[in-house]
Design a protein around this ligand. Structure first.
Ligand SMILES: Nc1ncnc2c1ncn2[C@@H]1O[C@H](COP(=O)(O)OP(=O)(O)OP(=O)(O)O)[C@@H](O)[C@H]1O
Length: 245
């Protein structure tokens, strides 16, 4: 079953053609990493999947919802699609546990006891249970991002989108966040679409790699083949630059 289908999708910002002829199908349970140079359209593509960016042409179906139809209810779509951003946007005046419990309580009307148990289990999973009653200002950036991941999982999404989740972090925090993402991906079976510059993570965790350049998908291959030998010169250049850094 496919979770995401792009058919000849075009995206414009005014006159700027940001996404060209996007054709892409992602099945349930796949872990897909989106890579490419700065400005190639990775964030834009990911943001179209939960309707944060509209598309101007083509058809985009996500979890059975047609995003090319303006009548589609984005709130219903978003209840199944979680997103983790570069900046974590935790609620500053709520402690870590409350940050995780808020959406299930308000949006899903989850019973309080079940909600609390789930939140504590998620905090265990991201290694932060003992921080449950700390405020966001009292934890590090890496810890905040792990809370943001737990908060996203608390809504039990079918699909999780990550838009450069480690780019705003100090280098020593990155690995802990990547470990959590790896755990979520391998243990949950959830479909994941991940924009990242972390090639080691992409190699280890993704089953598929999409390489974008100038608003187009240039390569779409299984991760092993891609990292062994990208087919296009553009991707080869990109990888050699990134890896030599
Ligand atoms: N809101 C916007 N209005 C106008 N142009 C935009 C907007 N958002 C993005 N763009 C342009 O669209 C292109 C693709 O941007 P996007 O952020 O999707 O690239 P990216 O591959 O995610 O880059 P990076 O790795 O630097 O985050 C860029 O040229 C960018 O300047």
């Amino acid at each position: 079953m496919s979770m995401i289908e792009f058919h000849d999708v075009q995206k414009f910002y005014g006159h700027f053609h940001a996404l060209h002829d996007i054709n892409l199908e992602i099945d349930e349970g796949e872990t897909v990493v989106l890579i490419g140079p700065s400005g190639s359209g990775k964030s834009t593509l990911v943001r179209t999947v939960n309707g944060l960016e509209s598309i101007q042409k083509g058809k985009l179906i996500v979890n059975g919802h047609d995003l090319s139809d303006p009548k589609t209810n984005l709130n219903i779509l978003r209840s199944d699609v979680g997103m983790v951003f570069q900046h974590f946007n935790l609620y500053k005046n709520k402690d870590v546990l409350e940050n995780i419990m808020l959406a299930p309580r308000i949006v899903s009307h989850m019973p309080e006891e079940e909600n609390k148990k789930q939140a504590l289990d998620l905090l265990d999973m991201v290694g932060l249970r003992k921080w449950a009653h700390n405020m966001p200002s009292q934890i590090s950036g890496g810890q905040k991002q792990r809370v943001a991941i737990a908060r996203t999982l608390a809504m039990r999404p079918k699909l999780i989108l990550y838009d450069e989740p480690t780019s705003a972090l100090d280098p020593e925090m990155i690995d802990d966040v990547l470990q959590v993402m790896k755990r979520v991906t391998t243990e949950s079976g959830m479909t994941s679409l991940i924009v990242t510059h972390e090639m080691g993570f992409a190699k280890e965790v993704a089953n598929r790699v999409i390489f974008m350049d100038q608003g187009r998908i240039v390569e779409d291959d299984d991760s092993e083949s891609f990292f062994k030998q990208p087919k296009t010169e553009r991707a080869q250049q990109f990888l050699s630059k990134i890896i030599s850094h």
